[in-house]
Design a protein around this ligand. Sequence first.
Ligand SMILES: [Zn+2]
Ligand SMILES: [Zn+2]
Length: 258
Amino acid sequence: MTEPNNKFTILGSSSGVPQANRCTAGYVLQINRHLNLIDCGGGVCSSYLRRGLSPLDVDRIFISHTHPDHVCELPLFIQMIYLAGRSNRLSIYIPDEFVKPFKTHLSAVYLIPEKLPFELDIRGYENGFVFSEDFTLTAIANTHLKGYTDILGKLNLPNKMQSHCFQLEVGLKRLFYSADIGGFDDIKLHLDGNDFVVMETTHIDLDAFFEFAPTVNVGEFIITHLGSDDEVSTLIQRARKAGMDNLTAAVDGLELRL
Ligand SMILES: [Zn+2]
Ligand SMILES: [Zn+2]
């Protein structure tokens, strides 16, 4: 059953190459009046306000991985809710590898956690992490950052290449958010049985996707992380050619009812 106030809103549908008409990655999961921000790329704060959402209504933030188009506005988002007068705790779930550098960065930009008028509860998570309260979120590791293996080793950097998809369950509804992946094989076996699959299209083998997608039980595919209008219309044409009538291209502000 669909609850009238449960929805997943796309704040930013651009790929990592910023587009004039799209913000980069950001989503809001709304359960009744409670809001959860998922990823926080460029333009997300303004897009959030454009949807008429209050900065005081965010309970939690979840970040899939630390590429700038998914995390660059996180400090600004914290500043926005601070200046809106927040007093209750804010929980932020970020890949475990990011906890220490993020805390250092916050202090460097004068968002010193100890000085904020609310508790900033920064939690690291890893593959298999399950958040379960008014909805369930499961983090599923993917290979998106594995291409950095050589350079990280060579420079002896501490990065763990943590990148995750999120499986969301809201009541009986299921939504799979791919975030960024290494390839279609990362998500192929997770799609079946979802009402919505919000999927990036920058890093996948489109031939494999268009062959597989029509055979799997998914209510609606929403492609996101998009490039130019021409690239988007090519993708839509390919979907129609593959016989798919359950694929939609995301735009900023698109709402999915859960
Ligand atoms: Zn991205
Ligand atoms: Zn990425």
